[in-house]
Ligand binder design. Sequence first.
Ligand SMILES: *Cc1c(COP(=O)(O)O)cnc(C)c1O
Length: 219
Amino acid sequence: MPIKDNLIKIKESIPSHVTLVAVSKTKPLEDIMEAYEAGQRIFGENKIQEMTQKWEKLPKDIQWHMIGHIQRNKVKYMAEYVSLIHGVDSLKLLTEINKQAKKYDRVIPCLLQIHIAEETTKFGFDASELEHIITPSTLAQLTHVKIVGLMGMATFTQDTQQIRKEFKHLRSLYEKAKNKLPYISILSMGMSGDYKIAIEEGSSMIRVGSSIFGARNYH
Ligand SMILES: *Cc1c(COP(=O)(O)O)cnc(C)c1O
């Protein structure tokens, strides 16, 4: 199905309070423009260099979300324009984002990535690290970043009970974080294969790639 139809179908099937991030990694500018012309304005990329090239060439009312793992030495390339960073997984990284945001006189919204999957390859904080990072004294020093929520990825499995359990866990950590930081409002969880479960478990932002743009080709 054409990108436009996929997009409309997904939009119609999700509640209006859930934000759709169209994950356009590896996809050409034409595909992004097709989604743009169908009204989509939020796009997600997982490589800073690729995202920056697309930002330079595409309409400036697109909001670019960084959803992938981030190397600290590359933060400077996106600090000018990135609208939300999903994958913040260390205090060092947060400190670097703060430093680069300051240069552009911006406050960059960030999500803390939480490790909820069984796989050890997925990045993120665990529950106790999260407790330690969201203290008023830590956050007070970071004048140019704003923590606006949490993000997580479930295990890549067909076992929907397992996925649901992991999303429930993330939701409970989100509620706990919200007790400390009442202004947080984003829970980013759910991808093409599991966004329906994620929404049932309280997601407010889904990151969907292949269900919109088709399978990715990495060669
Ligand atoms: C690629 C990616 C997605 C989208 O994956 P699909 O299965 O294609 O929807 C979502 N989140 C992250 C962090 C990703 O890297």
